[in-house]
Design a protein around this ligand. Structure first.
Ligand code: HEC
Ligand code: HEC
Ligand code: HEC
Ligand code: HEC
Ligand code: HEC
Ligand code: HEC
Ligand code: HEC
Length: 319
């Protein structure tokens, strides 16, 4: 008896719980349905700080005769001005653009010029649902410039990657393209073996403010590294002023060495070395986005290195 009564009251409790749960779910779904709609649409004027930050940023200033103010290049520089039918033309006027050495704008007959007044740029509506003066700032969406409709984006990386991408080698465009893919590689922030720690920055917006585009520096998060007397085997003082974090921690295998721009005071950074068809070699500083934990000392301290650095093994011991 005792157990049975116990059982039936338990059943009643369960039934009650189910009803409560069902109500909660129903209310929840009503809430989330509203969340998709009117509730999340707020006046643009509610965000003066964001608008001001964006106005002073690279995304807020994309109109430039040197960056192709036309219906072809605008695919990423102002997607809402893009005409998918636009094509590069034959040289010398391949694209409508004004190179620094050009006295006047070149006009390609295969694409339209876009005036400053008609240029939309990378606007709020590129990354958020905007209707008239209202914006859904609580989530992101990509305004597909061909369909003219919003598409959901699963991650910020997917959103940023719509334009920060490579478009090289498409035969339809005569093989012309751009190389702007940002690869977040390496084991330090992505691809790491499971450990419980802080939130590793694996999204563009973990480091870049999406409206100013300004990044955080490594030491903004790793604020203790400069004081750690175990870091670089106790040789912080010798290196940290002279060598950028990523010159040691880069996982992309880039060349490293002093910055080619003298104004940078010889700080070591990641480099790209290329040889032109005429045999001239150029060295350009590049930004690596691939971070690894493991650092080998002989990346720089190798035998007969051109800078006269002490020769060391990978682990820092003398050979
Ligand atoms: C696939 C997208 C895409 C297309 C198409 C594209 N761009 Fe860009 N462009 C970018 C991105 C992204 C940046 C910023 C890249 C960065 O700093 O890494 C950029 C930057 C630039 C810059 C500044 C480069 C610098 O180093 O300061 C110029 C100039 C430029 N683009 C011109 C053009 C011209 C001209 C065309 C058309 C022939 C074009 N772009 C087409 C995405 C694109
Ligand atoms: C290049 C894409 C992009 C553009 C353009 C953009 N945003 Fe955003 N916005 C984002 C992303 C990504 C987030 C979410 C950031 C995060 O993950 O914390 C965000 C978040 C927000 C937020 C909430 C967080 C905050 O910073 O207050 C507001 C408000 C906002 N955006 C307003 C705007 C307005 C207004 C504009 C136009 C001036 C605009 N955004 C343009 C990408 C963009
Ligand atoms: C609609 C295409 C588009 C999207 C989406 C986009 N960008 Fe950009 N971004 C560009 C272009 C084009 C430039 C170059 C602007 C210029 O110099 O005129 C640029 C410039 C930048 C710069 C400055 C580069 C420099 O050389 O100083 C950063 C950083 C950046 N974007 C980060 C982001 C991040 C982070 C996101 C996602 C939140 C994002 N972008 C989304 C097209 C885009
Ligand atoms: C761990 C932090 C971090 C993450 C994550 C990150 N960035 Fe960066 N990014 C930086 C820093 C720091 C710089 C400036 C480096 C410098 O100027 O030396 C930078 C520079 C840039 C630049 C300008 C330099 C260039 O290569 O032309 C662009 C564009 C950019 N980031 C886009 C992105 C995009 C897109 C993503 C996501 C796929 C992303 N970043 C993710 C930290 C980050
Ligand atoms: C937004 C914060 C943030 C920024 C910016 C950032 N990191 Fe990290 N990083 C982390 C977190 C969190 C971890 C996980 C370990 C921890 O909690 O310290 C990590 C891990 C690492 C590790 C692996 C160490 C380990 O214990 O697994 C290295 C190396 C590293 N970061 C280097 C860098 C470098 C170099 C930069 C600049 C390009 C940078 N980080 C920028 C937050 C950040
Ligand atoms: C001269 C090369 C060098 C430079 C420059 C350098 N590191 Fe390191 N870093 C190392 C080495 C070596 C390790 C230990 C990992 C290993 O044994 O391979 C390490 C480890 C780390 C770790 C993991 C914590 C630890 O102590 O093991 C973090 C986080 C880190 N570095 C961040 C940074 C940041 C941020 C900067 C720039 C302020 C930086 N590093 C500059 C060589 C360097
Ligand atoms: C990315 C390149 C780079 C890496 C990797 C690197 N160093 Fe260095 N190291 C330098 C530079 C540059 C100097 C010279 C600094 C100066 O001019 O004051 C230096 C100086 C030194 C010196 C002083 C003697 C000399 O050669 O000038 C020692 C000792 C040293 N490093 C040890 C190490 C150890 C140990 C490691 C690995 C944990 C390491 N370094 C990793 C770039 C590097």
């Amino acid at each position: 008896m005792q157990t049975l009564r116990g059982f039936s009251s338990w059943l009643r409790l369960l039934a009650c719980a189910c009803v409560v749960l069902a109500i909660a779910l129903a209310v929840g779904s009503i809430r989330s349905a509203q969340a998709q709609d009117a509730d999340e649409m707020k006046p643009l004027a509610d965000y003066p700080d964001v608008i001001q930050a964006w106005e002073g940023s690279p995304h807020g200033n994309t109109y430039d005769e040197g960056k192709g103010p036309n219906t072809y290049c605008s695919r990423c520089h102002s997607p809402q001005n893009w005409d998918p039918a636009a094509r590069p033309s034959a040289p010398p006027n391949c694209v409508t653009c004004k190179f620094p050495f050009d006295p006047e704008l070149r006009i390609a007959p295969t694409m339209d010029f876009v005036s400053r007044e008609d240029w939309v740029g990378i606007a709020c509506s590129t990354c958020h649902v905007v209707e008239g003066d209202l914006i859904n700032a609580s989530s992101n969406a990509w305004l597909n410039p061909i369909a003219g409709e919003y598409e959901p984006v699963a991650t910020t990386n997917e959103l940023c990657g719509k334009c920060h991408t490579n478009s090289t080698g498409v035969s339809e465009t005569g093989g012309r393209g751009v190389d702007h893919e940002i690869i977040l590689g390496g084991s330090a922030h992505r691809n790491w073996a499971a450990t419980i720690g802080g939130h590793r920055p694996d999204q563009c917006s973990d480091c870049h403010n999406p409206h100013t585009q300004q990044p955080m520096a490594c030491v903004d998060c790793h604020s203790n590294v400069a004081e750690l007397d175990t870091h670089i085997k106790g040789m912080n003082a010798i290196h940290l002023e002279k060598v950028q974090c990523l010159a040691c921690h880069d996982a992309s295998g880039a060349a490293v060495g002093p910055h080619p721009d003298e104004a940078m005071g010889g700080v070591w950074t990641t480099l790209e070395k290329s040889v032109s068809r005429g045999g001239e070699s150029t060295i350009t500083a590049i930004v690596s986005h691939s971070v690894q934990w493991q650092v080998t000392c002989d990346r720089c301290h190798y035998a007969d290195n051109e800078w006269g650095l002490a020769v060391l093994n990978a682990d820092g011991t003398a050979p």
